[in-house]
Design a protein. Sequence first.
Length: 343
Amino acid sequence: MVDMVQQAQPAMAQRTSGQGEVLLEVTDLKKHFPISSGIVIQRQVGAVKAVDGVSFNIRRGETFGLVGESGCGKSTTGRTILQLYNATSGSVKFQGVELTNLGSGEMRRMRREMQMIFQDPYASLNPRMNVGRIIAEPLLVHGVGNEKERKERVAYLLEKVGLNPYYVNRYPHEFSGGQRQRIGIARALALEPQFIVCDEPISALDVSIQAQVVNLLKDLQQELGLTYLFIAHDLSMVRHICDRVAVMYLGRIVEMADSEELYNNPQHPYTKALLSAVPVPDPEVERQRQRVILQGDLPSPANPPKGCNFCTRCPVVLENCYTQDPEILEVAPGHWAACHRVI
């Protein structure tokens, strides 16, 4: 069964590319953090399986959503794709180049094409640097332009994200949370990347500001031809911005489909539980909806359940769920799910 699952993962990565050009291809990606024991002589006694065999493609110009509850491995997936974490195994190809085999110098040059917007705008900006230095730092690191050109680029980027170019001498503490995230977006755009990992870029912001930041990201995508990996747990916002969505649970993708298909026709019990928690603005519909309440807590990624990872919390669990890990198979064109009740 394990071999069959490993065969299904690369197949899923190949089949989800659709008609557009594939910019990023992730195949059977794993990131395990070792657990060590001992004081003087340390030895590995286990591993936290943060990402445990993830496969998907992202087409040029699209927004691919990655959703799931806290601790499921979403952010680790994004950081491993960018090689901020070294992958335990698997493949990450960007424009056909295998990133996991690159040396530090080659990877540094490749990072001009790949950037990240971090979750917490309060922690991701250096409080000792003014806004001009923060945004210009990627240009300095990669040796782009002279001082005058960098200043012009910083002013252009501030204006592009909706901030006054004269703010260059201000410090992060002088801005609101939404403004700080705009500064983070401007920094990510400094090197004119093609691909940006958005790691829950709105979760730390007020609800009134979230829509502004999301609309800014969409406008920049259309104008600059950007491709996003959008990591989030707010399913209503993901539906608004994403073209395709993958649902993660305990380090694995359990369902993947086009955004509307996933929301209108969920197949996996975990996806159904997540969607049932999203409020509906119509009171009549909300009263008639049936909530799916999951029992228990998320299992430890250091000791995942045998068989299906979701078997300990699944409301419709079968006997073979406790012993057999379900393959992730295409249940409809472009719609993939890993569940014994579906396949």
